[in-house]
Design a protein around this ligand. Structure first.
Ligand SMILES: [Zn+2]
Length: 275
């Protein structure tokens, strides 16, 4: 693995290969983003994920492969169904685009490592969970649990291949800090913290801990509460202070974690450097 990485860095003097690598990941991200919208639609409805081609929810016509090219088809069809002309939600191309950007960013952040596809898969799961939580205010076990188990299996392999098993201890520390804190809050104040949030926190702590031990897990937690607090108070103010307005926390957990993965270490260094 290291030999390959070194050879690539020699060949890649002008950054051409890096750019190509990021573009390949970005295109994969667009395709997986399209798959994410299908999973986010089917899992909460208890439909099998592999149920064949997508159908227009209005006229029931099958969406053919050519009409299902991420972002591109939406632009060509001007956001309408080819058969009945019903407007297709902007969220489909938006989710595809966000997943594409996340995958490209992952390629740049992790380079030619096993961690690159692992973290791309993790971010894909976060996209699915965010979409579901925004719509249904729930984080299904069907997605959180496999992400946790597959995540640990993949990170164990990556740590062994990278000859750095101490990172697994860091992952466990991250999970204990992030998940443990949410478990504590959830048991003191069950109305404010859903069980899905607590379970997801253990997953997030694992992936952040692997990268930067409990310090990065703390940064992810902090950014989640910060973004959730800001957006939550804006929504609360707009709804005239009606405290019954429920704001799902999953999307902010995902946002805080994404920010921590890509900028957390720099934030931590800058913060610690102020002392
Ligand atoms: Zn239609």
């Amino acid at each position: 693995m290291e030999v390959i990485a070194e050879t690539v860095s020699v060949l890649d003097a002008g950054g051409v290969l890096t750019t190509f690598y990021a573009i390949v990941f970005g295109i994969l991200g667009l395709i997986f983003g399209s798959f994410a919208t299908a999973v986010a639609y089917r899992v909460p409805r208890d439909e099998p994920v592999s149920r064949g081609r997508s159908k227009c929810p209005n006229c029931g016509n099958t969406i053919t492969a050519i009409q299902n090219i991420p972002v591109f088809s939406y632009a060509v069809l001007r956001g309408r169904c080819k058969h009945c002309g019903v407007r297709i939600s902007i969220r489909y191309p938006l989710i595809e685009l966000i997943t594409g950007l996340l995958f490209a960013a992952t390629a740049l952040r992790f380079g030619l490592t096993l961690e690159a596809p692992i973290y791309a898969g993790f971010l894909w799961a976060l996209v699915v969970l965010t979409v579901i939580d925004l719509e249904y205010k729930l984080l299904p076990n069907k997605i959180v649990l496999p992400t946790f188990l597959a995540g640990w299996a993949a990170l164990i392999v990556a740590a062994v291949v990278g000859n750095d098993p101490s990172r697994l201890l860091d992952a466990a520390l991250g999970a204990a800090v992030f998940g443990g804190f949410f478990l504590l809050v959830g048991s003191i104040y069950p109305a404010g913290m859903g069980g899905g949030d607590v379970k997801l926190a253990f997953v997030l702590g694992t992936f952040l801990g692997y990268l930067g031990s409990f310090g990065l897990a703390l940064v992810g937690m902090f950014l989640s509460f910060l973004s959730g607090g800001i957006v939550g108070s804006v929504i609360l103010a707009r709804s005239g202070g009606d405290r019954k307005t429920q704001v799902p926390f999953g999307p902010f957990l995902a946002l805080g974690t994404v920010l921590a993965i890509f900028a957390g270490q720099r934030l931590l260094d800058a913060y610690l450097g102020t002392f």
